[in-house]
Design a protein around this ligand. Structure first.
Ligand SMILES: [Zn+2]
Length: 105
């Protein structure tokens, strides 16, 4: 998915972080993830989302390079680079990946 790779390159530069690897997989429960070794993984179904949502997921995973949790500091970081992230998050949550409706990322 060249679009996602381009977004990761663009946003990692803006955010001053560097993922070690980018992989794509078919997942049922996750849009994306960031490992402890800062390897990012994205769901192939990302392609069905609008661009702003894909961007949000990229920013979200890149923020995990600095913050390996979902605590306040993490959300402050996301908000700093993408103040409109809440709208995107709502849209992402409405788009369910079958069969699971609860999607983590
Ligand atoms: Zn997360």
């Amino acid at each position: 998915m060249p679009l996602v790779i381009r977004l990761v390159e663009e946003w990692s530069f803006i955010m001053g972080v560097k993922p070690t690897k980018i992989t794509f997989r078919k997942a049922k429960k996750r849009w994306g993830s960031c490992s402890h070794a800062n390897e990012l993984s994205f769901n192939l179904s990302l392609a069905q989302l609008p661009l702003e949502c894909i961007t949000y997921i990229v920013v979200h995973e890149l923020a995990h390079i600095t913050h390996k949790h979902h605590q306040k500091a993490f959300w402050q970081c996301v908000n700093e680079f993408m103040p409109e992230y809440k709208t995107c998050e709502k849209k992402v949550k409405k788009t369910s990946l079958r069969p699971s409706k609860k999607i983590k990322f």
